[in-house]
Ligand binder design. Sequence first.
Ligand SMILES: Cc1ncc(COP(=O)(O)O)c(C=O)c1O
Length: 388
Amino acid sequence: MIEKFKKNILVTEPIAPDKDAILSQFSSIIDSKWFTNMGQLHNQFEEKLKEYLKVKNISIFNNGTIALITALKALDLPTNSEVITTPFTFAATPHAIAWNNLKPVFADIDENTMGLDPKAIEAAITDKTSAILAVHVYGFPCDVENIDKIAKKHNLKVIYDAAHAFSTEINGKSICNWGDITMLSFHATKLFNSIEGGALVYNDKRLGKKIYELRNFGIKEINHDDAVKDGIKNENFIDDIGINGKMNEFQAAWGIQTLEIVKEEQGKRATVAQKYIELLKDIDFIEIPKFPENVTNSMQYLPVLINNYKRDELYNFLKNYNVFSRKYFYPLCSEFGCYKDLPSSKPSNLKIAHQLSRKVLCLPFYGELVENDCEIVKNICKIIKEFK
Ligand SMILES: Cc1ncc(COP(=O)(O)O)c(C=O)c1O
């Protein structure tokens, strides 16, 4: 008999900086009286991330959703044009399209990458299509090369939602190098967090100015004294409809300190993942998606596929033991009330996405599970075997 866990085992637990160190930094911020608006720590955090991720340009945000909304806005896509996206994602992905007065068009995913299927993208393109918004689900890269080719052929912009792919590399190169803009999320549930937070990474430096201004209500990055001298009227200081996407100094301080422990967390998670793989590999109804050899796993989630139509039963069985796995992503975004009536939301258009969303289960996955020789993981696997 396996005993019920005394404490709830959730799908993730966030990493946090050393308590004394972060409280001391918070105290300095309070004394400085500079809490937000591109402060010293904000700028330092951007520089540190640029170095860490080995990318050319980065702009940090108060969260990933606002960053994604801003990314689409910065690309000046024609109002009401269509953006092809995946239904197998978090709500923020299609919501960012809709918030920009653009039309989400769902296309099916590939069963190996779990991201948009290039063939389905091509089939969804119309003369109204302006962009592709693809998601590197669980840190598995989309078929970036073929998506690139399609975008070039049809003159489309490409935005990647890399909320799950912090520090993922393809052949040693940051995943953020593909597409026009890549969004990262630093939400507390993510491998790397700044409590809430996010970023945009882009290769074209010229996008930086536009993103900087949109993030700050659209206020133009000009020297106001010079502008007045040159006769530029005050009302011309804002041309674009911007938003408040600024990250504050407390989040930036947290992010800077957390960046120092993220590698250690990834190392622990790698051991935890190994243990799950070792203990679940012989269970015939479980399949563990494998990362391609040339890709570094971000260690964000541990998704497994339950192949006997018993995913929901296993989910409930685990819950009886206080193990809270997640049916992530179920339901699909195309099944949400706000999107279900779109022509592209028909299940017949999204066959693989429907199959996958009914099979997938994300198991508890975080660094602390490494403790006591992965004892909790061993017990979770015993429960799964018992279910069998
Ligand atoms: C795939 C995906 N996109 C976007 C987001 C939104 O990011 P944030 O929570 O930082 O706004 C999340 C998660 O929260 C996500 O999982």
